[in-house]
Design a protein around this ligand. Structure first.
Ligand SMILES: [Zn+2]
Length: 157
């Protein structure tokens, strides 16, 4: 009888141990997978639509990559009389060949990972400014200034 009790309690503790271990492993795996599949959409910051009526377009290098911007109104010119003009930014593009960049997660040491912009055309990578880019309005503001200067130089309002 005593032997049976010992056998059962041993079996139970082994099962509990295995269960805990398995749980820990699966937690570790899912957090790893989460980090790997995490996406940072470079276009997310621009909630606006690309303008149909474009007055001025410009390019800008910011964070060492190329951004394109358009200043204009959302709708085609025949409907846009009362629309407000705005700056629209899209990108980033590879400064080397203007190919659209994508974001990739790369492992750094063992547990840390970081994001880079990758160009599939030339395989160049550019560091992704996780700490600085925020929602991207910093790029949008820089583009807005660039377009404003360009429009002033061109004599448009
Ligand atoms: Zn490239």
């Amino acid at each position: 009888m005593l032997l049976a009790v010992i056998a059962v309690s041993l079996t139970v503790s082994v099962l509990v141990y295995l269960g805990l271990f398995g749980f820990a492993v699966s937690q570790y795996r899912s957090s790893r997978e989460h980090a790997q599949s995490e996406t940072v959409d470079p276009h997310e910051f621009s909630a606006k639509n690309r303008p149909e009526t474009v007055y001025t377009s410009a390019e800008l290098e910011y964070f060492d990559v190329l951004w394109k911007g358009e200043y204009g109104k959302w709708r085609a010119s025949e409907y846009s009389a009362n629309d407000t003009a705005y700056t629209y930014v899209h990108g980033p593009y590879c400064p080397h060949d203007e190919h659209a960049l994508r974001i990739q997660t790369v492992s750094k040491w063992i547990v840390l990972s970081e994001h880079v912009w990758v160009c599939d055309a030339c395989d160049r990578t550019y560091p992704y400014p996780d700490d600085e880019i925020g929602d991207g309005t910093i790029v949008e503001r820089a583009m807005h200034r660039r377009i404003k200067r360009k429009r002033q130089a061109n004599g448009s309002d």
